[in-house]
Design a protein around this ligand. Structure first.
Ligand code: ARG
Length: 584
């Protein structure tokens, strides 16, 4: 279906043309005087200069050309030359029936839908997941769902950080803590144990300890580098130990992401890109792009139009080590080979902007991606504490994602229990759903690039612009529908009062909102939309007797309308990555 606002514009454009003016002036917008009208067109004001006529004269001529039009309940030309429009009840009801009949509410697939690789999550193996990874997971999951809604083929890749010095650090520390392990014995030729020599909690203790130690103990740091080197050169013992670290870690990560309702199609990582490095370097060298700089191999990527300095992209350091950028370029080679996407999207903290700019430029120069392929870095802001400073635990450490989720869950559980919201047996499920909505909506309602303050109380409030408020609205409608009985096939009727009309007009904004959210990678637009829609539903509910309405016909219309609103709200929160409980 075409968007309502576009249908209105089409009618107006036709009228402008018929009256002898350029059709382009017929663009309609939402009214900025809702007390006077629902839509408006300012085209006559703009046309006045070109046609040397008074705007009101043009507006009147257009109105005349518009004639009796079934789309509008009223159309007026007002000084100095605005066209004020109200949509007809009949037309609006028919439009909503069209939306209601379609699984996607009449929102069509993007004609430019394509294959997209979405690189998000990006956790580092053996290091605990921290809140910095939360945003990547939450925003990425939502974008994946939004792009899929429009018919794109999206491949979500977690792109694990599984190949750096952190591995060597853990190995060097293990060597000291468990000296008898066969992995470090050069004479060992047997089979390595199938069991990992550590648990996930041990691993999580070992990494920070090793990392701190390497800063003070030079000999230890050197050994960690040596271990990393041995791993990267395929030493048998280090490979086997690395497999253990990977397996134990990934198992834990999967559990964490499951809890967050975040899933990936592929679990590749930096290690998987290593075998593409020689090929990638060949390509770059063959193009004559490489320059030697103090023993390192770099690709200059500065462009004349740059206002700021863009340092070269370093591919190989003087000691032969490869870097983050090397891996990212090699990963593009793999992705081209396996998926040949038309678009790449990377979700990380915006502080990685420069890194991606360098990688993208190098990839383009080297022709690793075709010139038409889109490369996009969605850089997001920092999640701060309520003091506006980067989120820290009480003792100043980095807060673990798991702790953050369990804190939020505990906070919500207390409310659920105190307010006796559900039966004992349902407390956990309900709590989890509300906590997830609080956390995700709290994040997603901000424009991704902005920093925001994490505020548990505000995010978990049942009133205001929050996830729980949206859930509460859905649950309220669900309970009315349940009390009414079978409602799924009731047709949408003409609005019975002004609140019904406001709600219906809000429903029609779904398509343009989703389209814009996709185009600009902005789930926050969906949050703002459902907040408005939920507000309209609640207003309608307060102003209208629904269940006690005696006129069965009228009542059926109310029910059909709130049923549609509920379906839309639920579809929207699904695009944000959470769902509503049965009761609240
Ligand atoms: N592991 C990285 C980090 O924690 C994020 C990886 C993002 N993806 C990428 N292709 N570079 O910062």
């Amino acid at each position: 279906m075409k968007f309502l606002i576009d249908l209105i514009s089409e009618q107006l454009s036709g009228a402008f043309e018929k009256a002898g003016f350029d059709a382009a002036y017929g663009r309609a917008t939402l009214s900025n005087r809702p007390d006077l009208c629902e839509y408006q067109c300012n085209g006559a004001l703009a046309a006045a200069k070109k046609y040397h006529k008074a705007p009101i004269q043009i507006a009147n001529a257009v109105l005349e050309a518009l004639g009796e039009n079934e789309m509008f309940a009223s159309a007026e030309a007002v000084m100095p030359g605005f066209l004020n429009l109200k949509i007809s009840d009949e037309y609006l009801a028919a439009y909503l029936r069209g939306m209601d009949a379609d699984a996607h509410y009449g929102v069509q697939n993007d004609p430019d839908a394509c294959t997209i690789v979405l690189d998000y999550g990006g956790p580092n193996v053996a290091k605990p997941l921290h809140v910095g990874h939360l945003r990547s997971a939450i925003i990425g999951e939502s974008l994946k769902r939004i792009y899929r809604f429009f018919g794109n083929h999206v491949i979500g890749d977690i792109h694990l950080g599984d190949w750096g010095l952190q591995m060597g650090l853990i190995m060097a520390q293990l060597q000291d803590e468990k000296p008898g392990l066969p992995y470090f014995d050069p004479d060992f030729t047997g089979e390595y144990p199938a069991e990992a020599p550590f648990t996930i909690s041990e691993l999580e203790r070992i990494y920070p300890a090793a990392s701190a130690r390497s800063k003070e103990d030079e000999a230890f740091a050197a050994r960690a580098h040596e271990e990393t080197f041995r791993l990267q050169h395929g030493e048998r013992g280090e490979r086997a130990l690395w497999q253990h670290i990977l397996r134990v870690s990934v198992e834990d990560l999967k559990r964490n992401y499951d809890n967050l309702g975040v899933s990936f199609d592929v679990w590749l990582g930096e290690s998987d890109a290593q075998k593409y490095i020689p090929q990638m370097l060949e390509t770059v060298k063959a193009k004559g792009l490489c320059v030697e700089s103090e023993g390192a191999l770099v690709v200059p990527v500065q462009e004349e139009t740059d206002a700021k300095e863009v340092p070269p992209c370093i591919l190989v350091k003087s000691d032969g080590a490869t870097l983050y950028a090397t891996t990212d370029l090699a990963t593009i080679v793999q992705r081209e080979q396996d998926y040949h996407p038309q678009k790449y999207m990377y979700l990380t903290d915006k502080r990685q902007n420069l890194h991606f700019e360098q990688v993208f430029r190098a990839a383009r120069k080297a022709g690793i991606v075709p010139p038409t392929t889109e490369l996009e870095h969605v850089g997001f802001g920092t999640m701060n504490g309520s003091d506006g400073k980067p989120f820290k635990t009480r003792d100043g450490g980095v807060l673990r994602l798991e702790t953050l989720i369990s804190d939020m869950t505990d906070f919500v559980r207390t409310k659920v229990v105190e307010n006796k919201i559900v039966e004992d047996s349902e407390v956990e499920v309900t709590t989890e759903k509300i906590a997830m909505a609080a956390l995700k909506y709290g994040d997603l309602s901000n424009q991704p690039t902005k920093d925001y303050n994490f505020d548990m109380e505000r995010f978990a409030a049942f009133e205001g612009n929050t996830g729980p408020y949206i859930l509460y609205t859905i649950v309220r409608i669900k309970s009315i529908l349940a009390r009414y009985g079978s409602w799924e096939n009731l047709p949408i009727q003409e609005p019975a009062n002004e609140y019904a009309k406001d709600l219906m007009l809000s429903v029609t904004k779904l398509g343009p909102t989703l389209e814009q959210a996709q185009k600009t990678s902005s789930p926050n637009l969906i949050c703002a939309y459902i907040y408005e829609l939920a507000g309209c539903v609640n207003k309608f509910y307060h102003e209208t007797r629904i269940l006690s309405e005696e006129d069965a016909q009228l009542q059926a219309g109310y029910i059909a309308l709130i049923g549609l609103a509920k379906n839309i709200l639920e579809s929207c929160i699904d695009l944000l990555g959470f769902s509503a409980p049965e009761k609240m």
